[in-house]
Design a protein. Structure first.
Length: 94
């Protein structure tokens, strides 16, 4: 199973170890769920192959969905918010 890694710049003044809160006023707890999920599905088998991205932000979730649709043409890409499917990409290559 792939490892999930949280990336941030080393000189970021608003990292989780800083005493200065981010502009939204609070840090996200590790146990909070990230409701937006971008998934890569197998078209033939109908099974989940990979979770491409997770996000708390709808705009970042959609940007990841859009990027995945360009990165994996002809594959089934699904953007979910919790249990609801928001968007689905099922392009057939020619």
């Amino acid at each position: 199973m792939p490892q999930v890694v949280k990336l941030s710049p080393t000189d970021d003044p608003f990292d989780r170890w800083s005493k200065t809160p981010p502009s939204q006023g609070r840090f996200q707890n590790d146990d909070e769920e990230l409701p937006y999920v971008v998934e890569l599905w197998s078209a033939q088998d109908g099974v989940l192959e990979q979770v491409v991205a997770v996000s708390a932000s709808p705009s970042i979730g959609y940007a990841a969905y859009y990027a995945a649709s360009r990165e994996y043409p002809g594959r089934v890409i699904i953007l979910r918010h919790l249990d609801r499917v928001i968007s689905r990409w099922d392009a057939k290559t020619q």
